[in-house]
Write a protein that binds this ligand. Structure first.
Ligand code: PLP
Length: 361
């Protein structure tokens, strides 16, 4: 039987091929007689798994040699604290661009460690756009410039990276659009992302950090969260989330088989154009995010008659279209169409939406 299409914002759908491979290897990974979950993280089998995962990620994102790739835990929300603990380096402030619920949360958390400066955007929603870069107002000596490249809840994506003041590293929360298109890693000081949106299972946080930023940590930073310590120990200062790393590694190999990030971006554009194109063609549904900032990954939309919401969700579920309910802070619906969502899934969603409109419009 065909699996339903799952539009969850995260933990999110994974490529079926990857799930099948994991199922096949569940009891016995490559003749080792062990499940990956049962292996010592320091043994030769897991060493091979983590090294391959890192090499594949480095290749996919073209990560330069002077950047470390760290496999950490705590999710993106923990990074909101781990970043200032590691990067403030005694400075009193860092600049934040707030374009949605997640970067607003990052700003608030930073207040525990410094006096963050709002360089652009707004601390309260609704958020429907990224402010134009010339309007950004930087502070005199920020430790870094923080931004969120894709606001998962609000559906606001940043396609043009602002120019930070000279010498100020850009820190990006890429949790929900990492690996959805090529990015120029060298323009960032640090990239982080929870894995459960576009990479793999929950429990793994990816951090890509430039070498020269490893020496700034506060003495109060927990050792397990100190980038320098994690890097020096090959992400094995503490036991890493081994199974999540293994699945992420399978997803990286799947991405390479699809043709890498340029091909994945082409598909993501096609999926997003199909869905937004339909939303623009009807008055029955509406979207609120301004066109240049419409996320290719998370598409919030609304039924003009909200009394039909329950019927929409029930009908969608019966049609094999799962988890379309919008985030409670935004309401309405949200279709998350990450890398692992095939074009066929979006076609099925649009077909259902048309039929629902025909019956209720
Ligand atoms: C999901 C998400 C988070 C929160 O991730 P956790 O793993 O729950 O910490 C933060 N930022 C963005 C952009 C997200 O999509």
């Amino acid at each position: 039987m065909a699996r339903p299409y799952n539009f969850s914002a995260g933990p999110a759908t994974l490529p079926e091929e990857v799930l099948r491979q994991a199922a096949e290897e569940m009891l016995d990974w490559h003749g080792s007689g062990m499940s990956v979950m049962e292996m010592s993280h320091r043994g030769k089998e897991f060493t091979q798994i983590i090294q391959q995962a890192e090499a594949d990620l480095r290749e996919l994102l073209a990560v330069p040699a002077n950047y470390k790739i760290l496999f950490m835990q705590g999710g993106a929300i923990a990074e909101n604290a781990i970043v200032p603990l590691n990067l403030l380096g005694g400075r009193a402030t860092a600049d934040y661009v707030v374009t949605g619920s997640w970067s607003a949360k990052s700003f608030k958390e930073a207040k525990k460690y410094c006096a963050p400066h709002l360089a652009a955007g707004s601390l309260s929603g609704p958020w429907h756009a990224v402010p134009p870069a010339p309007s950004f107002r930087y502070s005199a000596d920020p430790a870094y410039l923080f931004l969120c490249s894709n606001e998962t809840i609000d559906g606001v994506e940043m396609f043009d990276l602002p120019e930070a003041p000279a010498g100020v590293p850009i820190v990006a929360d890429m949790s929900s659009n990492i690996l959805s298109r090529p990015v120029e890693v060298s323009r960032y000081g640090l990239i982080f992302g929870g894995a459960q949106k576009n990479i793999g299972p929950a429990g793994l946080t990816l951090v890509i950090v430039r070498d020269d930023l490893l020496d700034r940590a506060s003495p109060l930073c927990p050792s397990a969260f100190e980038y320098k310590t994690v890097a020096a120990n090959g992400s094995m200062y503490n036991t890493p989330p081994t199974y999540a790393i293994y699945i992420a590694g399978l997803v990286f190999q799947w991405l390479k088989r699809q043709g890498g990030l340029a091909e994945i971006e082409r598909r993501n554009i096609a999926k997003a154009e199909l869905l937004y194109g339909y939303l623009d063609s009807t008055d029955f549904y509406l979207t609120k995010v301004e066109k240049p900032f419409r996320s290719r990954m998370n598409v919030p939309f609304f039924l003009r008659d909200e009394s039909l919401n329950e019927a929409f969700l029930e009908g969608a579920k019966a049609a094999g279209l799962l988890q379309l309910k919008g985030h409670k802070s935004v309401g309405g619906m949200r279709a998350s169409i990450y890398n692992a969502m095939p074009l066929k899934g979006v076609q099925a969603l649009v077909a259902f939406m048309k039929e629902f409109e025909r019956r209720h419009g």
